[in-house]
Design a protein. Structure first.
Length: 148
């Protein structure tokens, strides 16, 4: 039981670190001075990071606790959920970016698309962290993607 809580605490700590250093993490993947300045000015770093965290942890929770089926306990099923979350999350974030920029009278569609390519990798990493943090309490899928 202690090991399971350690994994959960490590996952939560990594997620909090990501949120604290969200601007640096996102800037490491994509930086264009005007675009990133407007992300900061409009508070979009916070919104995008929160969407990414909620989707990654929520997707892992759905897989391990809602789906939690013997028929879906193989690594390729986990990979399908990873792919869906990794593609849907940046799409939502792109829509939020473009909508916020258009309301502010700005045009950064190409930059927003490039930015979300980096968010693909961040989302996938957050989903993996969430998976390894919460999989231990699943009754059927706890051995997915890597057996204990």
């Amino acid at each position: 039981m202690k090991d399971k809580l350690v994994y959960l605490c490590i996952g939560i700590a990594l997620t909090v670190l990501f949120f604290v250093f969200r601007e640096d993490v996102y800037n490491a993947f994509y930086y264009a001075s005007g675009f990133n300045d407007q992300l900061w000015n409009l508070g979009l770093y916070d919104i995008i990071a929160i969407i990414t965290i909620i989707m990654a942890w929520g997707g892992a929770a759905v897989y391990y606790y809602a789906i939690n089926s013997v028929r879906w306990d193989r690594w390729w099923h986990w990979l399908v959920v990873l792919a869906v979350i990794t593609l849907v999350t940046p799409s939502i974030c792109y829509a939020v970016n473009v909508h916020s920029f258009s309301e502010a009278g700005l045009e950064f569609q190409l930059e927003a698309a490039s930015f979300e390519v980096g968010n693909l990798l961040i989302t996938a990493l957050m989903f993996i962290i969430a998976s390894f943090s919460m999989r231990w309490w699943s009754s059927n899928c706890r051995h997915t993607p890597i057996p204990q």
